[in-house]
Write a protein that binds this ligand. Structure first.
Ligand code: ATP
Ligand code: MG
Length: 227
C-alpha cells in the first residue's frame, strides 16, 4: 500500500469553540501503488485540505497518514522536507510559479538540492522532454507573467513531476485548460503512470479528466465515497 489514511479528522479553529469548523471527519482511505484516482466534491468540502494533509503541508487533528507504511505525521521538519522533495509531486490549485524566474527555471526549482552534476543534467533533459509533451517547450525562457493561465498550469504540473515522485497530488491541474489540453494532460499523466508507476491523486471538477482515471471518489460531509 502506498498511502493509508486512518480516521483522519481536521477542522479549523479551536475544537469546542463556537467558530470551530470541522472539515474532515474520521476519514480513512487506501491508495495502492500505481492507482489513478480522481477526487470530486463541492467547493469547500475539504479537497485541498485533504491533499495538504497527505503532502505533509498540514497536520491532522487526529488520525494517521502513512506513506509506504511509515506514519508521516510524526516527521520532523527536515524529514518532512526530504519526504516531500523526493516522494511527492504537488500541483497547487493556483500554480504558484515564481514570477521572477522563467518557466524552465521554475520547473528546475525542486532539483536545486541535487549536488550530482550528471543527475542534474538528466533532470534538465527530463524538464525539456516533459515540456515538449505538454506543448510548452517554446515558452521555456518566458516569465509566468507573460504567459496564459493554462501555460503556467502545464508548467506547474511538469515542475511537480521533475523529481520522478512516487505520488502526484494535483489540485485541479486542468482547471485553466481547454478540452484538447485536458486530454493531452490526461495522456501524459497516464503515460507516466504506466511507464514509471506514478500514482495519481487528482482533485478535479473536470468530468472528462475524472472519466480517464481508474477510480472516482467524492468528498462529502467530511468523508470519501466511491462513485
Ligand atoms: N487555513 C484555513 N483556515 C480556516 N479555514 C480554512 C482554511 N483552509 C480551508 N478552510 C475552510 O475549510 C473548508 C475546506 O476548504 P478547502 O480549501 O479544503 O475546500 P475545497 O474542497 O478545496 O474547495 P474548492 O473546490 O473551492 O477549492 C472551507 O470551508 C474553507 O473555508
Ligand atoms: Mg480547493
Amino acid at each position: 500500500m502506498l498511502l493509508k489514511l486512518e480516521n483522519v479528522s481536521k477542522g479549523f479553529g479551536k475544537p469546542g469553540d463556537p467558530g470551530f469548523q470541522p472539515v474532515l471527519d474520521h476519514l480513512s482511505m487506501e491508495v495502492s501503488y500505481g492507482e489513478h484516482i480522481a477526487i470530486l466534491g463541492p467547493s469547500g468540502s475539504g479537497k485541498t485540505t485533504l491533499l495538504n494533509l497527505i503532502g505533509g503541508m498540514d497536520h491532522p487533528d487526529t488520525g494517521s497518514v502513512q506513506f509506504n507504511g511509515k506514519d508521516i505525521t510524526g516527521y520532523s521538519r527536515q524529514e518532512m522536507d526530504r519526504f516531500r522533495n523526493q516522494s511527492i509531486g504537488f500541483v497547487f490549485q493556483f500554480h504558484h510559479l515564481l514570477p521572477q524566474c522563467t518557466l524552465m527555471e521554475n520547473i528546475l526549482v525542486p532539483t536545486l538540492v541535487e549536488r550530482d552534476k550528471s543527475l542534474r543534467a538528466e533532470k534538465i533533459d527530463r524538464a525539456g522532454a516533459l515540456m515538449n509533451r505538454v506543448g510548452i517547450w517554446e515558452y521555456r525562457n518566458k516569465f509566468p507573467g507573460k504567459l496564459s493561465g493554462g501555460e503556467c498550469q502545464r508548467a506547474a504540473v511538469v515542475r511537480a513531476m521533475i523529481n520522478n515522485p512516487a505520488l502526484l497530488l494535483a489540485d485541479e491541474p486542468t482547471g485553466a485548460l481547454d478540452s484538447e489540453n485536458v486530454e493531452r494532460m490526461a495522456d501524459l499523466l497516464l503515460e507516466l503512470n504506466s511507464e514509471d508507476g506514478l500514482t495519481l491523486l487528482l482533485v478535479t471538477h473536470s468530468a472528462s479528466l475524472a472519466k480517464r482515471m481508474g477510480k472516482t471518489l467524492e468528498l462529502r460531509k467530511g468523508n470519501l465515497e466511491q462513485i
